[in-house]
Design a protein. Structure first.
Length: 110
């Protein structure tokens, strides 16, 4: 009877820890995916602008490049704002999930 009681107490302690570890792993994976996708899009933008700069050969192509730069800066600013909001939403969701897990783990709560 004592062994069963200890096992039950151990499981009661261990279950929230296991859930927290799984939640942490899932959240870390989502964060890394977000960061890798954002990084790739910033790299793609930088590479396209470098290629556009390499194509400058006369005043008309310089003007086209400068116009493209202005458009790229506007797009980059919007992307940065969108990424910031997405990261804030991701962080908020993570916090809500952990808060819920803590509440569920409190004694007398199930």
């Amino acid at each position: 009877m004592l062994n069963n009681e200890l096992t039950q107490q151990y499981q009661s302690f261990l279950n929230p820890v296991i859930k927290a570890n799984k939640l942490s792993a899932a959240n870390l994976e989502a964060l890394v995916n977000f960061q890798m996708n954002a990084l790739q899009s910033y790299i793609d933008l930088a590479m396209s602008r470098m290629k556009a700069a390499a194509d400058i050969s006369d005043p008309d192509s310089l003007q086209a490049f400068l116009t493209g730069q202005a458009e790229a800066i506007g797009g980059l600013q919007q992307k940065f704002m969108d990424d910031s909001k997405a990261l804030a939403d991701l962080t908020s969701r993570f916090k809500a999930e952990f808060d819920k897990l803590v509440q569920e783990s409190l004694p007398g709560r199930k």
